[in-house]
Design a binder for this molecule. Structure first.
Ligand code: HEM
Ligand code: HEM
Length: 189
């Protein structure tokens, strides 16, 4: 039985997925920002792209698994004593993070699948997933399509960074500057 003072926690599978994906996604955001800043003429310009794509596809598969686990799990509610606007803010941030976790890799996948043949970047014609060649997303090869979906990939990615700052800031505020019963971080650890 859970003692009155002990808070219910997220199920183990959700905690493992939350923290492993947090690491993966923060790494992908950093790698994405880094690769697009490598100058075009640099000899290793395209070396890190396959790595970003493979780990990005891993994030896509993991978020689908996470949604399934989330829908099947009972999760702790946010404390009733928390102000209504903080509870709504936290919920909206969670929904926005799920939307970004699904759409950012999907936009990257569509953009990469539409990329036409260019001299010098033929390794980018296939999408590799740790030794396995993935089928391309069914979309016509067209550079304008690539540009359109990369723009979405980029701006939703930047939006995700902004929501993450609020999500992490909120968790730390409840942990260190709030009443102990508002410490939701202990439900995720
Ligand atoms: C959750 C997963 C992912 C995250 C968080 C992410 C994040 C990012 C970010 C922040 C950038 C830099 C955007 C910019 O400033 O221009 C980027 C670039 C890029 N991403 Fe992703 N990405 C993910 C998944 C993927 C996937 C699955 C693919 C393809 C299969 C992909 C393909 C690319 C490509 C080709 C670029 C380079 C665009 C350029 O050179 O302008 N990404 N990504
Ligand atoms: C890329 C990084 C992250 C993403 C995408 C993310 C996403 C999410 C999502 C979607 C939830 C709702 C529960 C679920 O369905 O799993 C959640 C819960 C939570 N996250 Fe994160 N998170 C990230 C990083 C962090 C970090 C670094 C912290 C702590 C400093 C944190 C603290 C929490 C806490 C305390 C909860 C449970 C309370 C609540 O429901 O808001 N998260 N996170």
């Amino acid at each position: 039985m859970i003692a009155a003072t002990q808070k219910a926690r997220f199920p183990l599978a959700m905690r493992v997925l939350h923290w492993s994906m947090a690491l993966l996604l923060i790494g992908l955001l950093a790698l994405g920002l880094y690769i697009q800043n490598i100058p075009l003429e640099a000899p290793n310009k395209w070396d890190l792209y396959p790595l970003h794509r493979a780990f990005g596809m891993l994030a896509f598969f993991l978020v689908i698994l996470r949604l399934v686990v989330r829908l099947k799990s009972r999760v702790p509610a946010l404390p009733d004593t928390m102000p209504w606007y903080e509870r709504i803010g936290a919920k909206l941030a969670q929904i926005a993070l799920y939307a970004a976790m699904l759409s950012v890799p999907l936009f990257g996948y569509i953009a990469s699948s539409a990329l036409p043949e260019f001299p010098g970047i033929s390794p980018l014609q296939s999408i590799w997933f740790f030794g396995l060649e993935l089928p391309l997303f069914p979309v016509e090869k067209n550079y304008d399509t690539t540009k359109f979906f990369i723009t979405l990939h980029k701006w939703v990615g930047y939006g995700m960074i902004a929501v993450l700052v609020a999500h992490i800031g909120g968790a730390l505020k409840h942990r260190f500057f709030d009443r102990p019963e508002h410490d939701v971080l202990s439900t995720m650890t």
